[in-house]
Design a protein. Structure first.
Length: 723
């Protein structure tokens, strides 16, 4: 860059520093990403730059290797390239730096390849929580079309980041953690489902071996995008500059999917990166802060929900549903959501999708009566949609078979008897906007449950023949944005058969996710724990179901279900007209407790203990000033250990005292013992017990032995405050 100042650039925020070296003739490189240590990283930036060249190895490139912000073969990088482009042939662009802009928290590098007629702007932004967003803007400066094959964001990792943790899963058993060592070669997760999927990696974490919730140094990345994606950890024997493996990813593009006309640009989704030396809880705290700062993040208390799906399924008998709404209001529900089954011909899952008009056979007077009753009972009214989908047995598919997203005149394979609409066609999006928007206005709908019950396969536009998962994702975002603009205050849930569309692209324009279709508390303990790696609890729908869970047929106690559902945006998914008086009373007490504590539950810091026994879990939410906390201690299955050992409550302040109380509102715990530890017996009394924060957070206290499938709820408060 002519006349360019080659001083390093240092972004510092949230206790994290990212240092770019600009001193060499190569493109800029990230030479440090980690702890800021006050001003140390800033002061050492010149020296980081000075020390950023590795040895030249035997049988190697003649000059020291660099790993730049756009790593390609041009600089001798033999791993997966940062940017891949194609004009007549595949291009590894020979870029040079032409401009740099930077402030303390953001930097943008403009790179150009004059011969290839390409411009790339790589943008970095480090937020107050230490989360780094990276995105690429690629512009075609030539006269012929330019295809973007890949626009990945990659950061180098030190060699001590040697173990990978990410997630997999399936319907109703999402967010299953999996670990593997970093080895030479690539850990490459490719999501080709047109949505993140039940097996979404969710967050790739690479850390010091054995890292846990409360310990270890960890580096992580998330692809904030709701379509096809790739997630990468790669290590080459020659390393990456002076560092070792690389971490990142971005959108996965299909051949010919993004073809830029002269002058056109492609802006990649953001890949988000976070580092912590306080284990996984440290990462969650950064990501939760990042998400809570979204303009779309709800500022009102999260209303207690009743969702009708498992209560009535497709059986929309309107007097039964009115009865259900009354019961819901009487236990304290604040949002009543009418699920699938209300629209034209929708008596089962084989018909109706696409016809977004009220079925007058089931609802002769429309939805006016139920909406008015729900509002009259003081609740919000929510309605289910699955806008991107269509059944062949629908007026829409009969009239517009060409609206289906599939190659030529095929439909592709059905999934739950349904197919995908091509939202990238403006007529299709306009139809959906008009249908949904007019219902929102007519019935004063407060909340949309936005479902998406299948993967996209062969997502090819019939009209252009082009692959279309990218355009479909953008069109979905645009439709959501348009509806939110037209209806201020409207809230939307991202539900895709439960947890198949959980990502920070969709969460910029939705207000919660339905984490899973299972309400089984044993499954939910794990699903919510791992969803919570990225998403704060107030955005994770968690419902109490009946004693026998519909998805697993496992039977569980009401207290266990109540404790489990408390740690999220709570709700009920149960036919209340069939509940006993005791069950209704239990739900009512729980509802009151949820409402009185959601200020803490939905704004505090999520903490999870590293217990040695996998049969047990301990997790909680601690207020920011650490004066208050709520913890659940859970037995998932029987413990092999035959005693109750001292257990530490993470996140509490060792310098304070706490009043500790077993909360009785959620029912009595199911204990597997003759008597409880003495302190615990006292904690179960009205005034609880006062204990030092040091004891609780450092030495620990013995906990009672629980029966499998049970939990206790403990509250920690200021001993001088109200009890
Ligand atoms: C899948 C969702 O996850 C369920 O909660 C329910 O809305 C059904 N779809 C309705 O078809």
């Amino acid at each position: 860059m002519p006349g360019h100042n080659r001083a390093p650039i240092c972004l510092v925020s949230g206790g994290v520093a990212v240092v770019f070296d600009l001193a060499t003739d190569e493109l800029p490189s990230v030479v440090y990403w980690g702890r800021a240590d006050g001003n140390h990283a800033i002061e050492a930036a010149e020296q980081l730059s000075l020390t950023s060249t590795p040895s030249v190895m035997n049988s190697s490139l003649d000059a020291p290797r660099a790993f730049t912000i756009v790593p390609t073969e041009r600089e001798g990088w033999s791993g997966i390239p940062g940017i891949e482009l194609r004009r007549a042939f595949q291009l590894a662009p020979r870029l040079s730096l032409v401009d740099v802009t930077s402030s303390g928290q953001a930097a943008e590098f403009t790179l150009r390849d004059g011969a290839a007629e390409v411009e790339i702007r790589v943008g970095y932004e480090l937020d107050t929580f230490g989360v780094l967003s990276v995105s690429n803007r690629i512009t075609n400066r030539g006269e012929t079309p330019l295809e973007v094959v890949a626009a990945r964001s990659l950061l180098p990792l030190p060699a001590r980041a040697a173990e990978i943790l990410d997630q997999t899963g399936r319907w109703s058993h999402e967010r299953v953690p999996q670990r593997t060592p970093v080895r030479d070669g690539i850990h490459h997760r490719q999501v080709r489902r047109g949505r993140p999927g039940h097996d979404s990696p969710l967050l790739t974490v690479v850390g010091t071996p054995g890292f846990g919730f409360r310990h270890g140094e960890v580096w992580s990345s998330h692809v904030a995008w709701s379509g096809d994606q790739e997630w990468i950890v790669e290590r080459l024997p020659e390393g990456a500059g002076t560092l070792s493996a690389v971490l990142g990813g971005n959108e996965l593009l299909r051949a010919g999917e993004v073809r830029l006309a002269p002058g056109e640009s492609y802006v990649s989704p953001s890949t988000l990166f976070a580092w912590s030396d306080e284990g996984l809880d440290g990462l969650s705290s950064r990501f939760h802060g990042h998400v809570r700062a979204f303009p779309s993040h709800p500022s009102t208390p999260r209303p207690l929900v009743l969702n009708t799906w498992e209560a009535v399924y497709f059986d929309h008998d309107h007097s039964r549903l009115l009865d259900l709404a009354e019961r819901a209001a009487s236990v304290g529900v604040e949002r009543f959501v009418l699920d699938d089954g209300w629209f034209l011909g929708r008596t089962n899952d084989r018909a109706g999708l696409g016809d977004w008009t009220v079925d007058r056979k089931t609802w002769p007077a429309g939805l006016g009566e139920i909406s008015a009753s729900v509002h009259g009972l003081g609740m919000q009214f929510g309605l289910w949609f699955e806008p991107e989908m269509v059944n062949l047995d629908s007026e829409l598919a009969r009239e517009h078979p060409d609206w289906i997203l599939a190659p030529n005149d095929t439909t592709g394979r059905p999934w739950r008897h349904q197919f995908v609409l091509n939202l990238a066609e403006p007529t299709v999006s306009d139809y959906l906007f008009d249908s949904i928007s007019s219902l929102v206005a007519e019935y004063s709908i407060d909340f949309l449950k936005w479902d998406h019950n299948r993967d996209l396969h062969e997502a090819v536009s019939r009209l252009s023949g082009a692959p279309s998962a990218h355009a479909q994702t953008l069109a979905t975002y645009a439709l959501l944005d348009r509806l939110l603009l037209a209806h201020p205050g409207l809230e939307i849930e991202s539900c895709a058969s439960g947890g198949a569309r959980v990502d920070l692209g969709i969460l910029r324009r939705t207000h919660r996710v339905w984490a899973s279709d299972t309400n089984d508390p044993i499954e939910r303990q794990s699903i919510q724990r791992w969803t919570g790696m990225l998403v704060p609890p107030e955005l994770v729908g968690s419902h109490v179901g009946p004693s026998e869970t519909h998805t697993t047929h496992r039977v569980s106690t009401l207290p266990f279900r109540l404790v489990t559902a408390l740690f999220g945006h709570a709700g009920i998914e149960w036919d209340l007209t069939r509940c006993s008086e005791d069950e209704l009373a239990g739900l009512h007490e729980w509802a009151e407790f949820y409402k009185s504590r959601r200020g803490l539950l939905h704004a505090g810091t999520t903490v999870r203990a590293d217990l040695t026994d996998a049969a047990l879990a301990l997790h909680g939410i601690v207020s920011h000033d650490r004066s208050a906390a709520i913890f659940a201690f859970v037995a998932l299955v029987s413990t092999a250990v035959g005693h109750s050992e001292r257990t530490v409550f993470p996140g509490l302040d060792p310098e304070r005292s706490y009043r500790v109380r077993l909360r009785p509102e959620l029912g009595s715990p199911s204990l597997h013992q003759i008597s409880s530890p003495r302190w615990f017996t006292q904690a179960a009394e009205e005034r609880g017990i006062e204990l030092s924060g040091w004891l609780l957070s450092t030495a620990g206290v013995p906990l009672p032995v629980l029966n499998p499938g049970s939990a206790i709820l403990l509250e920690f408060s200021d001993p001088n405050g109200p009890s």
